[in-house]
Design a protein around this ligand. Sequence first.
Ligand code: G
Ligand code: G
Ligand code: MN
Ligand code: NA
Length: 251
Amino acid sequence: AFIQNNLRRAMQTDQLRLYYQPQFSVAEQQLTGVEALLRWNSKRFGWLSPEAIVAVAEQSDLIVHLSEWTLRQALQDFSRLQPFVKRLSVNLSVSYLQQVPVVAVVQQYLAESGIAPQCLDLEITETVVLESSPPLLSALQQLRQMGISLSIDDFGTGYCGLSYLKKLPLSTVKIDRSFLHDALNNARYALLYHDILQLARNLDLRIIAEGVETQAQLKFLKLSHCHEAQGYLLAKPMPLAQLQSFTKAMH
Ligand code: G
Ligand code: G
Ligand code: MN
Ligand code: NA
């Protein structure tokens, strides 16, 4: 409860920040989009990981405020990146999606910011499968029909089978960075990585490789015809002002 109150105050006093990590096409290394990542430099606790912040928020209705703050702030920031950035990804906690009529909220924020739904991508984790209910599935379908894209984050780490890939209205899978790391250390894991890519391709999903840290990994992704890549090798998460210079310099 103590840390919850601190987080509540942090939100009220403008202490939360969004950083942005660029994503690139593997073939040409062109900027394809940016992912918003939550940051909180707490006076009391120092830098806290977004997982920790979200876990605290999920214990109460704070997750609703936090998710909506993030979505609204990211869309507002994104309007300042025009025309250099074409896609914005925002992580949404499944517990938020269960609590709120998310379609109406997203529609409202898009209208406020003047951003086209085709520019917005929402990242959810595989836990959505375990928690999925008919209303949640229907909300995801409506978001897709609006033109918003939906990504599965940390793909492969959720231990929940694969049949959900057909059931959920997904556009993208983001392959967890642990698989890429393993692929370059072990030939059998390299084959596994290829199989994951093939599976996603067969389902017409766009594929983003997470955690690209070395040239060798990037080369592996090129040879494997992976679509997009994100990672420290290409660009680290950065504040909006830095992203603005970064994207201008790329043009
Ligand atoms: O930025 P970093 O790599 O530390 O993020 C760690 C994890 O926290 C990532 O998996 C990311 O998806 C998640 N995360 C970052 N920002 C948010 C956010 O605003 N909301 C939610 N639900 N998760 C986030
Ligand atoms: O949503 P997700 O957890 O995938 O968010 C990406 C997280 O991974 C962020 O917290 C970001 O800081 C981190 N990250 C991004 N690129 C790299 C990378 O190349 N290597 C590692 N280890 N972490 C990364
Ligand atoms: Mn993510
Ligand atoms: Na991830």
